[in-house]
Ligand binder design. Structure first.
Ligand code: FAD
Length: 400
């Protein structure tokens, strides 16, 4: 028997939250033979929002779960991230996955498709899901942990509780900072003919105060056709005014910045089809006791500028499962989990703090630096490699 097979056995594990982090954790731990129960606040687990990028780092985890081929069928390869600064007609972002000899591109996918693939696998394994369970706290005893839910429902006793309840987790530690920009998102069909770059996440900027973007997402779950996610940055405090001004005004604003986007934007029939997403930044602790662990946004959340959130949640899930597999002591799980994840997370949280204001802020100086300096240096192979590795999610990534 190898050393690594001496892991914890037959643990009774509660996982709160049916996002990518919770579903992947459930699959990985159930496959190790643990008794897993998922809890979700909604009456039916459902994904919120539009598209996201699955980076090469996240694809490795989906591959190990045996789900990557299924994901590929529902997604669209994204070979390039491109952005044009309309105020000076310079490239503000130009990153090709091929630049760093990373053999895979990202996959643009609708959240519902990622959710669907993970949920089908959870149901196939008959992992129980208890819905209408909104976690409000936990009660810890020496030998167990018990979730406490709204409406005073007490959960059973568990050996471990994994908090995968996202950025607004009631158990998260660390100060939550609301970011000054959020975005309106919608999903539309890919038009029959258009002049937007194919297989790319393409964006247009007005300094850093306006940003419009389009990204292919593979199958549009609403229509079954090839789809695209559209987004438009906005300050949360202005969202109500944008909604009141109506869809005509929204389309006008969008197409003033990016006329070629018209075949996409014209498909949005009313403001009800757009969802406003707000972003938070927080880096908390991976665990707060030997029995309570955080994965994904409940540990660390940030702006989506680097496109890493879902990937990070998948990697956390795999690292925590690996830690549980590697040791027979709950106390050691936290050491291994932290060792596998802390550096990568701190690095990306810091990079997000540095890069987000270049693309989303009121500053006039920062976007100028972006367009002049970064644009110039990004042609240097070393800088180009750094950018490509960063966006691919593999910078500082500790394989396990
Ligand atoms: C607009 C937008 C664009 C993004 N783009 C990208 C991208 O391109 N690439 C990328 O990788 N990431 C992106 N992200 C980030 C990504 O969506 C998140 O980082 C990722 O979903 C985190 O996964 P998670 O499983 O930790 O949490 P979540 O996906 O937030 O899932 C949390 C789950 O917990 C449930 N829940 C919440 N509170 C409770 C409670 N109290 N009790 C019980 N259940 C609860 C929720 O209903 C949900 O099912 C984006 C985010 C936004 C908002």
């Amino acid at each position: 028997m190898s050393f690594w097979t001496l892991g914890l056995v037959n643990q009774n594990i509660a996982i709160v939250g049916c996002g990518p982090g919770g579903l992947a954790s459930a699959l990985l731990l159930a496959r190790q033979g643990h008794h897993v129960t998922l809890f979700e606040r909604f009456s039916e687990p459902k994904p919120l929002g539009s598209g996201l990028l699955i980076q090469p780092s996240g694809q490795q985890i989906l591959q190990s779960l045996g789900l990557l081929e299924n994901i590929k069928q529902r997604s669209c390869p994204v070979h390039q991230l491109h952005g044009l600064s309309v105020s000076n007609n310079r490239r503000a972002l130009d990153m090709k996955y091929g630049h760093a000899r990373i053999p895979v591109s990202a996959l643009g996918i609708h959240r519902a498709s990622l959710f669907g693939v993970l949920m089908d696998a959870v149901q196939e394994m008959r992992i129980p899901i208890e819905t209408n369970r909104e976690l409000t706290g936990v009660t810890e005893k020496k030998a167990s942990i018990q979730p406490v839910f709204a409406t005073d429902i007490e959960g059973d006793q568990f050996d471990m509780l994994i908090d995968a309840s996202g950025a607004r987790s009631p158990l998260a530690t660390g100060r939550l900072r609301k970011l000054s920009y959020g975005a309106f998102w919608a999903t539309v069909d890919m038009p029959g003919s258009h002049e937007i770059m194919p297989n790319a996440l393409d964006q247009r900027y007005w300094h850093a105060s306006k940003m419009a973007g389009i990204m292919p997402v593979g199958t549009n779950p609403a229509t079954g056709n090839q789809g695209a996610a559209i987004f438009w940055s906005e300050k949360p405090e202005n969202a109500a005014g944008v909604i009141d001004a109506g869809i005509e005004r929204f389309r006008e604003h969008y197409c003033e910045l990016w006329p070629e986007a018209e075949p996409f934007v014209r498909q949005i029939g009313s403001m009800d089809e757009l969802t406003m997403a707000v972003y938070d930044h927080r880096t908390g602790q991976a665990q707060t006791s030997y029995r309570l662990y955080h994965v994904g946004d409940s540990w660390h959340c940030t702006s989506p500028q680097l496109g890493q959130g879902a990937n990070m949640a998948l990697i956390d899930a795999a690292a925590l499962a690996k830690a549980v597999e590697r040791t027979s002591s709950l106390k050691d799980v936290r050491k291994i989990y932290r060792r596998l994840r802390s550096f990568h997370i701190k690095l990306y949280q810091s990079l997000s703090v540095i890069f987000t204001p270049l693309y989303q802020s009121n500053s006039r100086a920062l976007p100028l630096i972006r367009d002049l300096v970064i644009h110039y240096f990004a042609r240097w192979p070393l800088v180009r490699n750094f950018i490509t590795h960063t966006v691919s999610g593999v910078l500082g990534f500790r394989r396990f």
